[in-house]
Write a new protein. Sequence first.
Length: 542
Amino acid sequence: MEKFFAKTKNVIFSKQGSIVSSALLLSVMIITSRFFGFIRYRTLAGFFTKEELDIFFASFRIPDLVFEILITGALTSTFIPIFIRYQNNKKELNESISTIINSIFLSLTVFIIVLCIFLDFLMPLIAPGYSHVKNEQIVYYSRLLLLGQLPFLVLGNFLTGIGQANKTFLLTALAPIFYNLTIIVATIFFAQQLFLLAPISGVIAGAFIFLLIQLPLLAHSNFNYQFIIKRTKGLLEFFRMMIPRAFTVIVAQIDATIDLTLTTLLGAGSYTVFYLAQHLQLFPVSVVGVAFGQASLPYLSEMHAQGKKEEFKKIVTQSILNLFFLTIPVMSFFVFARTPLVRMFFGGQKFDWEATVQTAITLSYFSLSIPFHTIYYFLTRCFYALLDSRTPFYISVVSIILNTVLSLSFVFIFHLPVWALAISFSVSMILNSSILYLILTKKLKGLDNQFLFVESGKMLFVTAISSIVSYFSMKLMDGLIFDLSRTINVFFLLIITGGLFFLLYFFLSWILDIKEIYILSKLLLKAKEYQKKVIEIYTNYE
């Protein structure tokens, strides 16, 4: 039994040796987490109407704003590189990281107190299209989330950062799975009695479990927490890097809040349509882009610290092409299979046909940005590894201003429905990533642009051919073979169409000798490697 637990511990705390293996593990866990996330959305759509879900989703706007500023602004760009830099100096590591955690938690406390006091005044400004009663409900649920969810999520994400800095990804990837599962269980068992308070309670309990699962990472790290706030070199570096990134996040959150404000003026249920379409588009972005971005930062930081400039440049070009290879076909699939996808993920009992159509159209416009949105996370990590958090901030400000101007124009001048906001987002994201790439090229004194454009062109051509064949095949099966009034048939339609599409895409990629197809063999080899480790536990145990 001791041997069994020892082997299990080795698998849980094993360090990944490359970006590919790290990204693969994170992707598998994100897929699993997102799977439960979409079950959560489908469960909510089964118990609540889109008008009721407006209240639930809007309740997260203010808590999410605080979370993004303190965690996304601090953790991704600064915490991990600083942890890596000082991990060989135990005294400096303990003092700097402890001070950073304590400073952030103190800031969180101030945010929570101030916002709880002023929420009654803020919410009518943010959601002017909602009634007084609706805004009162949103304020009540927002306060519960600020007090009950945020402290656990913030501490849990610092543990996530420690795990990722040590290249230990398994527990950090498992935590969000249990977070989503808790919300699903709470909704199913208590929605009839507690109404929206059931999923809100699930969110709070899930945040606590999110923290609890990752606590072992602290024991298996060379970091020892101290209850101190001390002026250290690491703290000064942290704030120097964090401030531009925090401003980037603040601007992005203002943009997200404007989206909420505009959707409240577009009719009841519009925010739910926008929110669900955006989160479905974020699925491939998270599985590929976020996972790759999170996995790449420790390696890119080490490479820069060691002065390996040519290796750094080579990884940039290869990584962008790998990300394009995986996401360009997904973009196309999300466009031509939009309605079955929405029905599959959100077709709950109370999610009507009008909501399905609106969400599907909105999804297709969001999907146009998937390849660029995916490489955005990797490109920003490249700048963070180069200890430059200002450039992504400046570019984000420009793209977000563009997004806001377009959104306001579409709503107030052209009077377009909610899908117009998705167009604004896609245009601004494509611009953001393109400018980041051009600046990074200049900063690194040249990248292999010709190879990048030729390979990307091949991918677009192969995607176009595969999409045309698959789209007409799907239309042929719709009604002739499958009765799509049943969800199970929608599932089979998507499986067959998706299978045909991706098989054709990979076959044509092989015919045209697109180099990135060989990333699949790497991923399969890494998956097999990890599977062997798990099997070894049970073999030795027996």
